[in-house]
Design a protein around this ligand. Structure first.
Ligand code: ZN
Length: 166
């Protein structure tokens, strides 16, 4: 099954306890206990399509994940940048009604961000090289958000990339 989302531990436990998810892999070294329940930490779940997951990366824009999504390059000039040179640019500026959301943010070097200012792409004549969208699981993994070794293994196998690359 294709890995699609990363949810919080709490959400994962709730999904299992409520019977909305089937456990594919669990971590026996972390056990949740209550009077009537003993549950090893679920790390990979199979969830039917109708269940709402509320994935961690759905709404929150995380700088590091964003830069990974954009391959640590400026979306306008294509120059390689590090965390010191890259900034978060809103394609449609916040001051013009743009949202702080995955489909409106790109990595931009300081120079391009400054040059574009609060103008729209067509006003500035500056268009991002790729249409911004929500990052996929490999990009999230690259950003170090997949903390559990079983999750890294699963994602690496699915995408046929070496685990060391995640
Ligand atoms: Zn640039």
């Amino acid at each position: 099954m294709r890995p699609t989302s990363l949810v919080s531990r709490e959400r994962a436990v709730t999904l299992v306890v409520c019977g909305h998810a089937q456990v594919i892999a669990e971590d026996e070294s972390v056990v949740y206990r209550s009077q009537h329940l003993r549950l090893a930490l679920p790390v990979i779940l199979q969830v039917p399509a109708y269940v709402e997951l509320r994935p961690i990366v759905k709404h929150t824009v995380v700088r590091r994940v964003l830069f990974c999504r954009d391959n640590w390059r400026c979306a306008y000039c294509g120059r390689d940048g590090g965390p010191r040179d890259l900034t978060v640019d809103h394609v449609k500026p916040l001051s013009r009604g743009g949202e702080h959301a995955w489909d409106n943010v790109v990595a931009a070097c300081r120079r391009c961000n400054h040059r574009k200012g609060s103008r729209l792409p067509y006003e500035a004549g500056m268009y991002p090289r790729n249409v911004p969208k929500r990052p996929d699981m490999v990009q999230v993994a690259w950003a170090g958000r997949l903390t559990h070794p079983l999750q890294r293994q699963y994602v690496a196998q699915w995408h046929k990339v070496p685990e060391a690359a995640l």
